[in-house]
Design a protein around this ligand. Structure first.
Ligand SMILES: [Fe+2]
Length: 336
């Protein structure tokens, strides 16, 4: 099953590397990653501590899963890492991930943030919540129970900025709403956003910049993009509102990883995943302002300032299985 996307993935193999991370096929561990962040700090630290070298192959999740399948027994990949529980679920369903029975990991990663069958473990958590400009909006304007759904109310007409339908972030949020409300009600909600003339952006930073500038009053983004902007400009006029606090809790997702079934270096692969959840947990999550999954680790100060919140239980199976329904719902109502 050769396809043009494989060439794109292969090309990006050489685009990564640098800074203590080995290029080519010299490294001890090959991590296939759908994360699009600067990963190097934590992994360089891992190499310094253990002597195990790590190389990344980055691509979209569908590309990476397709590649692992195509490579079969000959895959050089040892670890599959990604940013969405639905993607981890799909990889496990496709038989791409080996069982990783680790007392260290079951201690470090709470149930609910890992696969009950031990094929993947959450390593960092991100919240996708409502962001607003405090000069334009009072937090009392938001519903506390169905916050995302209430953005379909006509009072938000012309005030909303959101992410495009092709983003896995939007897809999992809509999948979670289908899981909560059913397809029919979820369709009404997304229709309501469209009727409110929601402005669509192709990245979260643009949404936050437009809220700051007052072009939009309200948006939905991942929390760490706000943390990054605040690190540069603490006076930014954007405040997070923790959605659904009187309901199911704020929508969250995980970055996580599993050992590839055909990895020929499972021992060191296990060592890396265990390290990321324990000794390396701070370095890994702080590098991208994500929330630790390990309850013994504190979040970094900027996101700690966002305050505590209840989050919706992650339903990896639902995000995975309802992904195509979520896309269908958005297409049906013309959400771009
Ligand atoms: Fe992101």
């Amino acid at each position: 099953m050769r396809s043009p996307v494989l060439a794109v993935v292969a090309a990006s193999l050489f685009a990564v590397g640098g800074c203590g991370i080995v290029s080519g096929d010299e490294a001890d561990l090959q991590v296939y990653t759908g994360r699009h962040y600067d990963l190097e700090q934590a992994f360089t630290m891992f190499t310094d501590e253990t002597g195990i070298t790590v190389e990344f192959l980055s691509g979209s999740d569908a590309e990476l899963r397709e590649r692992i399948t195509a490579e079969g027994e000959n895959t050089p990949g040892d670890i599959y890492m990604t940013v969405d529980a639905g993607n981890l679920w799909k990889a496990a369903e496709d038989g791409l991930l080996a069982t990783l029975d680790s007392a260290k990991l079951t201690d470090a990663v709470p149930e609910g943030l890992r696969d009950p069958d031990q094929r993947w473990y959450g390593l960092a958590m991100r919240a996708r919540t409502v962001m607003y400009n405090p000069d334009e909006v009072s937090p009392s304007e938001f519903a506390d129970e169905h916050t995302y759904a209430d953005l379909a109310d006509p009072k938000w007409q012309g005030r909303l900025c959101m992410r495009e339908s092709t983003s896995p972030y939007t897809q999992s949020l809509v999948a979670a709403m289908i899981d909560e409300h059913g397809k029919e009600r979820a369709t009404e909600i997304v229709q309501g956003w469209v009727d409110n003339n929601v402005e669509i952006f192709s990245n979260d930073v643009q949404i936050l910049e437009n809220i700051d500038a007052g072009t939009c009053d309200v948006g939905i983004t991942n929390h760490y993009y706000l943390a990054r902007l605040l690190a540069d400009n603490p006076d930014l006029s954007v405040t997070p509102f923790w959605a659904n606090q009187d309901g199911r809790g704020t929508h969250v997702n995980i970055s996580g990883a599993g050992v590839i079934t055909n990895s020929d270096n499972k021992k060191q692969a296990r060592q890396l995943i265990e390290w990321l959840a324990t000794d390396g947990q701070n370095a890994f999550v702080d590098g991208n302002h994500e929330y630790p999954v390990n309850p013994d680790v504190e979040p970094e100060p900027i996101i700690a300032d966002f305050g505590e919140f209840d989050f919706e239980p992650i339903n990896a199976q639902a995000y995975g299985e309802l992904n195509s329904t979520a896309i269908e719902v958005m297409n049906e109502v013309g959400y771009e």
